[in-house]
Design a protein around this ligand. Structure first.
Ligand code: CA
Ligand code: CA
Length: 297
């Protein structure tokens, strides 16, 4: 049994937050998370105005990792995501991409059956369990857990899932990792403003990496490497994600920057993660086959 981080939550990633747990470098821990509404929604007819909107996007933590110092990188391997209960999702006026066309708030409570999310009697969606909010404390001012940025945060990247190792910057001693906003399923864009929001237990392995210049946030899965970037516009986020992948290629192989840019034009997929949060998030994906060996070694 791993140490379990209970549902002690924060609403901003903040260097001054008191750690909810301290663990050693190399630890495997299980983190209990609320859904992004802090489990407030129990029924589909619950009035929106009864929700406490200050309790949105809680992240469990922060977790202080011994030996993590500013300039290091925190490698977070996601070993297991266990979903708890039913999924909740919503949309309404002013929310999401088409919020200007909606006149009513709508809540859905969706069951999970045989590894599928049951959206309607004739629509079952394969699960795509992923973590929406995961990040470390920034060096400067606190950043709301609803906002993605260079520290990670509300990236809503559907590739942050079981089996991958996510690399995050260490900006302050102990890193102060926090996570939440797990989804049973979510598509690129998250256009309604929510995925299939779930309470969960997430098991992660934490490793501090010293003396590396890898771009962050980034991740490695069994078949690809991804750089993730968030910015006020998709254009800016696209530039950062692409530039970070070019830099990783140049730093870890013999390719030139010009060739790396052309390689990405041929084999690197630039994809939208989400367009509904205070910053927009995109990712650049490149299959592992374009490196002769794992660049994160
Ligand atoms: Ca989110
Ligand atoms: Ca969410």
């Amino acid at each position: 049994m791993h140490p379990v981080v209970k549902q002690h939550v924060i609403y901003a990633m903040d260097k001054n937050s008191k750690p909810s747990m301290t663990v050693d470098n190399g630890a495997v821990i299980t983190v209990e998370t609320f859904d992004c509404f802090e489990n407030q929604i129990k029924t589909e007819d619950q009035p929106f105005h009864q929700l406490d909107w200050n309790k949105i996007n809680p992240a469990t933590g922060p977790i202080f990792i011994n030996d993590a110092e500013p300039g290091d990188i925190l490698a977070v391997t996601i070993e297991k995501i266990q979903l708890i209960g039913k999924a909740t999702m919503l949309t309404g006026p002013g929310l999401g991409v088409l919020g200007d066309e909606l006149t009513n708030n709508t809540i859905r409570r969706l069951p999970i059956l045989n590894d599928k999310l049951i959206f309607a009697s004739d629509i079952a969606i394969p699960l795509n369990k992923m973590i929406g909010v995961i990040g470390t404390a920034p060096a400067g001012d606190p950043i709301s857990c609803g906002t993605p940025d260079a520290h990670g945060g509300n990236m809503d990247c559907k590739e942050i899932k079981e089996g991958v190792t996510l690399f995050l910057p260490v900006n302050v001693s102990g890193a102060l990792l926090a996570l939440g906003d797990v989804h049973a399923a979510m598509a690129d864009g998250e256009v309604s403003v929510s995925g299939a929001e779930m309470a969960s237990q997430v098991t992660i392995r934490l490793q501090v990496v010293k003396n590396k210049k890898w771009p962050t946030p980034s991740l490695i899965s069994e078949d690809k490497i991804i750089t993730i970037a968030s910015a006020p516009t998709l254009d800016d986020a696209s530039r950062i994600a692409t530039k970070n992948m070019v830099q990783l290629l140049v730093d870890t192989s013999t390719i030139t920057a010009t060739d790396a840019i052309m390689l990405l034009s041929l084999a690197g997929d630039l994809r939208i993660c989400q367009v509904v949060d205070p910053n927009k998030t995109v990712r650049m994906e490149l299959p592992l086959q374009y490196w002769s060996e794992n660049p994160f070694l």
